[in-house]
Design a protein around this ligand. Structure first.
Ligand SMILES: NC(=O)c1ccc[n+]([C@@H]2O[C@H](COP(=O)([O-])OP(=O)(O)OC[C@H]3O[C@@H](n4cnc5c(N)ncnc54)[C@H](OP(=O)(O)O)[C@@H]3O)[C@@H](O)[C@H]2O)c1
Length: 297
């Protein structure tokens, strides 16, 4: 059966890409699409056994054009991100050609990560920024090797439009799950735009994807209102493969080889919320993120 990813057969031959949160859901399907396009995919999961199991499934479910390698790390802490960066360095010293920051989560109550960030912000924004920075040199190396920009794809959500810019990333006060999720996805999106402008023309591209409403375990894992909404909408929403199309296209479509600073929904370039497109605010998000994480400007 022909799939969306068949359009990109062979487009990632010889390339290495890292997909986070790939043990199931959209990340798994993104890994499968990239592998079917010829890539060696570093398949990330929180735990090593889950990553190995995903690799086994992917190997059976794919067309054999690419390959899969398991990597692990808990992205809920900066120590976990560093562990993942170290593992990626060991496995792929020659560099990376793509990174999909897919891992994400929502929570039904407020708690802080070991680094003092509210968990929704820690996983959906802080980990994304820290991982991207941690492998930045590998992405540059990958771009130099094939003389084509390395592509970074960051997962956001349509609910970014209801997000507010949170200044205090410990999110003190009353916790509302959906608001916290929207706020974190807005941060990730605005950071993506800021990175795209900063790296224009230097071998790295940055784009954001909103996968639409997709039937995964995100809601049931999150609990709270998320679980209820997902249970009600599940019969009417798309499968993970559909949700992965924006990521696969951004990794593999030759037409997007130098496209940067875009927001893709249903695998098409769209406009995100007006507030997310405010450049001064994007710069503030960038500066705060860089300061928090010690990222060199
Ligand atoms: N499904 C939708 O309708 C929808 C809509 C908009 C945006 N999104 C976004 O799409 C992305 C993929 O979500 P999905 O729907 O495919 O749900 P999913 O299957 O639950 O995928 C999320 C992945 O992130 C991983 N993850 C969460 N916390 C982690 C941590 N601390 N360390 C390492 N990995 C962690 C999860 O691993 P564990 O299972 O080990 O926690 C899981 O593999 C997320 O960024 C989500 O916010 C989804």
């Amino acid at each position: 059966m022909s799939t969306f990813a068949d359009r990109f057969a062979g487009r990632l031959d010889g390339q290495t890409v890292l997909v986070t949160g790939a043990k199931g859901g959209i990340g798994y399907e993104t890994a499968r699409g990239a592998g079917n396009s010829g890539a060696t995919v570093l398949v990330h999961a929180r735990r090593a056994d889950a990553a190995r199991q995903a690799v086994e499934h992917l190997t059976r479910a794919s067309n054999g054009e690419g390959g899969y390698v398991a990597v692990a790390g808990d992205l809920g802490s900066l120590a976990g991100v560093r562990a993942l960066v170290d593992a990626v360095r060991q496995i792929s010293p020659g560099g990376l050609n793509g990174l999909v920051n897919n891992a994400g989560a929502a929570f039904s109550s407020r708690a802080l990560s070991p680094d003092g960030y509210e968990r929704t912000i820690a996983i959906n924004h802080v980990a994304l920024a820290a991982l991207t920075d941690g492998v930045r040199d590998l992405l540059r190396k990958g771009a130099d090797t094939i003389a084509t920009p390395s592509r970074v794809v960051n997962m956001t959500a349509v609910i970014e439009a209801r997000g507010n810019l949170v200044e205090d990333w410990s999110r003190p006060g009353k916790f509302k799950q959906i608001q916290a999720y929207g706020d974190a996805k807005l941060l990730a999106l605005m950071y993506t735009y800021a990175l795209a402008r900063r790296h224009e023309g230097d071998g790295l591209t940055f784009n954001a994807v909103s996968p639409g409403a997709v039937k995964t375990t995100l809601g049931s894992t999150a609990g709270g209102p998320f679980k209820v909404i997902q249970a009600v909408t599940n019969p009417f929403i798309g499968p993970p493969e559909k949700g992965s199309r924006g990521c696969v296209r951004l990794l593999a479509d030759p037409e997007l080889a130098s496209a940067t600073g875009g927001y893709y929904s249903s695998a098409r370039l769209k406009k995100s919320s007006e507030k997310s497109r405010d450049r001064d605010a994007q710069d503030r998000v960038y500066e705060k993120t860089a300061e928090e994480l010690g990222i060199s400007r």
